[in-house]
Design a protein around this ligand. Sequence first.
Ligand SMILES: Nc1ncnc2c1ncn2[C@@H]1O[C@H](COP(=O)(O)OP(=O)(O)OP(=O)(O)O)[C@@H](O)[C@H]1O
Length: 259
Amino acid sequence: MTAPVIEARGVGLTFQTGDGPVHALKDVDLAIAPGEFVSFIGPSGCGKTTFLRSIAALERPTAGDLRVNGMDPDAARRARAYGYVFQAPGLYPWRTIAGNISLPLEIMGFSRADRKERIARVLELVELSGFGAKFPWQLSGGMQQRASIARALAFDADILLMDEPFGALDEIVRDRLNEALLTLWAKTGKTIGFVTHSIPEAVYLSTRIVVMSPRPGRISRVIDSTLPRHRPLEIRDTPEFIALAHEVREGLRDGHAHD
Ligand SMILES: Nc1ncnc2c1ncn2[C@@H]1O[C@H](COP(=O)(O)OP(=O)(O)OP(=O)(O)O)[C@@H](O)[C@H]1O
């Protein structure tokens, strides 16, 4: 078996708050192989974001061991192991789309010529070629989110971490972006960790679905997808898709039963 890109062993994270400890994660064991598309789904407060943020070294686990490309998350961050996409696009309004994508590259010290080449390439990947000179407010919400994905892709990290990137968008736009994301994933072979509240989105996108439950946040079920990698949107009407969605729903219900 190839070495996992992300490996969690007994990971726990307890926040100390004024109201006492909050067990955001407990005993999380998970290994993600290169090229997988893994979704995290579960009710509010089950630790999905905390787990993604821990991978990205934005939170520090208080128990267990977490490795990203074989390194501790801080070292992985320094090695630019991943790009991170937040729920809100978070683009600077005073910079053009190209300028926004350029910013992390500037901070990392990429040359002007290299930046230009990378910006053109990622804009094409997210189907925004020709929009580089626009300002964020001149783009729709879906286009802005695609621009933020382009920004996360620009420095060629193998891992893409996405925290509910399409949660704020209407369903038609979300469908289109889901399709575009699968195309992008097929083209780039990246490993993707994706947080969502939507069962159809998780089933449509993932090779594996991690169902989580709250208090304490933990993994209650891991479901391997039986769907082929090539997935037209109509796949959502097939019995295989409906069976997987059912299994996720059952997992969510089981998780609640422990409350
Ligand atoms: N910085 C923090 N300090 C204290 N508690 C926190 C902090 N961040 C998260 N929590 C708590 O940890 C638990 C897990 O939160 P987290 O945001 O990871 O859940 P989630 O599954 O992503 O929820 P949602 O779907 O609402 O985004 C929650 O009870 C939350 O209130």
